[in-house]
Every structure is written in C-alpha cells, then in structure tokens.
Design a protein around this ligand. Sequence first.
Ligand code: RP5
Length: 160
Amino acid sequence: MGAKVAIVMGSQSDWKTMTCAAEVLEELGVETDVRIVSAHRTPDRMYDFAKAAEADGFHVIIAGAGGAAHLPGMIAALTHIPVLGVPVQSRALSGEDSLLSIVQMPAGVPVGTLAIGEAGATNAGLLAAAILANGDTALAARLKAWRQARSDAVTERPED
Ligand code: RP5
C-alpha cells in the first residue's frame, strides 16, 4: 500500500524544516511521500498533485512554505483531504509573513496551521500520525509509546 501522508513544500530550501515532519513520521513507522510543489513556480504540478491526492490514497497532506505562503491554502482549495500548514521561517520577516499567509484562511477552506519552523513541522507530523491512528490501533500504540517516552525523559529536578 502507498503512503497515506504527503509532505509537500514550496522549495528545496524548505526541506531543512520539513524534514522534521518526515523524521517523526519515520520514527512512528508512517510512510511518507515527499515532494517539492510550488504554488507559483510549478502551479501545474501543484494542481495535478492536489487533484490526484484522493485517488493517490493520501489521507493527510502536510504543506510547508515560506514568505507569501499560499501553497497550503491553494492545495486545501483543490482537495477535501486535511491539509496541515507549516509556516517556514523566512529571511525577511522571520516567518511571521508565512504564518499569517497560512493561518488566515477564510471560512470554508481550512488549513490546520502549526507553529513557525521546525517545531511546527514536527507537530504536523505528530498530528498526521494522530489522524491516521484513529483507524490504526498499531499506530495508536506507537504514538502513545512515543509520547510516553517524551514524558519519561523529563526529570523531576534540573540537573547541573
Ligand atoms: C517559498 O519561498 C518557499 O516555500 C520558500 O520558503 C521561499 C523561498 O524559496 P527559495 O527562494 O529558497 O527557493 O516559495
């Protein structure tokens, strides 16, 4: 069976951030399909990807972009599959431009927007896993174990 999670980004330069989503999904044993799909540089590729996403078997799309970050919203306009948007930290405005571009979708076309940068990408991966875990008890168990390990790693007192 093919990947149920697609990770797309507007540029090669976004990969340093978006790899965090891929890494956590790999840790959880979730296969991903990773692509560069730019809304303004490769609009036909973006359209073809989004229109084919359901038939291609994707259940969640994680889309990262920076600056005038219209990629997640454009993909959400073209498919009903849940889109999780990751604002990539931009050079000029530190990602506040990316965040506002992605989060302020008009009612009716949602993009689940995460934090700016690597934390957002990691959490997008975790949310994608949580969505899939609703119908996958083995994945749910792996996700619970992943979270438990994070809790177990917190010491009661700070160490010198
Ligand atoms: C956006 O412009 C991309 O998502 C990227 O975050 C930003 C800069 O792209 P490059 O100039 O590095 O290709 O389209």
